[in-house]
Design a protein around this ligand. Structure first.
Ligand code: NAD
Length: 281
């Protein structure tokens, strides 16, 4: 029988337990969210994050700008870094053309980096030191652990090598003692490679890329992709209907990885609060 990895339910549990812990704190953790430009999807993401934060007792301050210069944005980040009342900082991506995204992300105090995108934190992940971990891969790992606790010695294939999903995902699986292969747009014989995977993570951004005959029987399959079809429906990078029976566990889209990403952002904010205040919970 295939286990449906319900990220919506698991995220709900993570948020409920976080809310209980936050109630015991002397003050609410505070997250600064910076939104630049007029991308409607980014505006929706920020609204959802703000709402989710409020529901667990995290205060958020949203800084919205239609336009802003690189210098102005850098000076806002410097102010937020120095602000003792701010525990975590998130800059909603993508930033509009004309803004140097890398420079902005590097300007965030690594201790307040709730997205885990700062090079120092990515480097710490690589050398196995504790650091804020990117929300999506962190959520994926929690989903994988719903299916299996000990991942040691398993073959994992991660399709996609982005800095926000694929690369940190591969590092996390390596830390779990998996044998990890990273695949990408130039990989040859992708179906064959996938057939060796006990754990398959798809972060491609192309609908139904992973077909049923790419799946090893009993594999755990995590679908990170969010693709909007012409009929308006959302679909993942995995051909869910046809792959389902071959997997031991699989995430749906929607209600799989997406809700976990937000739950992990809230966890990362609470962890940033602990680092900042020295209060542990
Ligand atoms: P990206 O565009 O930065 O990276 C895509 C990767 O896929 C690249 O490394 C590329 O080499 C690889 N790729 C492209 N075509 C391929 C092919 N035919 N075969 C093999 N590899 C191929 O994307 P990203 O930011 O990593 O996001 C990937 C997907 O995950 C997108 O659909 C995005 O919307 C989704 N996403 C979801 C969440 C979530 O919370 N659920 C979070 C982040 C991203």
């Amino acid at each position: 029988m295939t286990l449906l990895l319900n990220g919506f339910e698991l995220a709900g549990q993570c948020r409920a337990s976080l809310a209980e812990k936050i109630k015991t704190l002397p003050r609410a953790p505070k997250l600064a969210v910076v939104l630049v430009g007029s991308d409607p999807a980014s505006a929706v993401y920020v609204k959802n994050k703000e709402k989710a934060a409020g529901e667990v007792g995290i205060e958020s301050a949203v800084y919205r700008f239609e336009t802003i210069t690189q210098t102005e944005l850098l000076s806002l980040i410097a102010r937020l870094n120095a602000d003792n009342e701010i525990d975590g900082i998130l800059v909603q991506l993508p930033l509009p053309d004309g803004i140097n995204e890398k420079e902005i992300l590097q300007a965030i105090d690594p201790a307040k980096d709730v997205d885990g995108f700062h090079p120092l934190n990515l480097g710490k992940l690589m050398i196995g030191e504790p650091a804020p971990i990117a929300c999506t891969p962190k959520g994926c790992l929690k989903l994988i652990h719903q299916a299996k606790q000990d991942l040691s010695g398993l073959n994992a294939v991660v399709i996609g090598r982005s800095v926000i999903v694929g690369k940190p995902m591969a590092q996390l699986l390596l830390k779990e003692n998996c044998t990890v292969t990273m695949a990408h747009s130039k990989t040859q014989n992708l179906p064959e490679l996938c057939r060796s995977a006990d754990i398959l993570v798809a972060a491609v951004g192309k609908p139904k890329t992973v077909k049923a005959d790419w799946i090893k029987k009993g594999a755990i399959v995590i679908d990170v992709g969010i693709n909007r079809l012409e009929n308006g429906k959302l679909c993942g990078d995995v051909d869910f209907e046809n792959c389902f029976d071959k997997c031991s566990a699989i995430t749906p889209v929607p209600r799989g990885v997406g809700p976990m990403t937000i739950a992990m952002l809230l966890e990362n904010t609470a962890e940033a609060f602990c680092r900042h205040t020295g209060i542990d919970f």
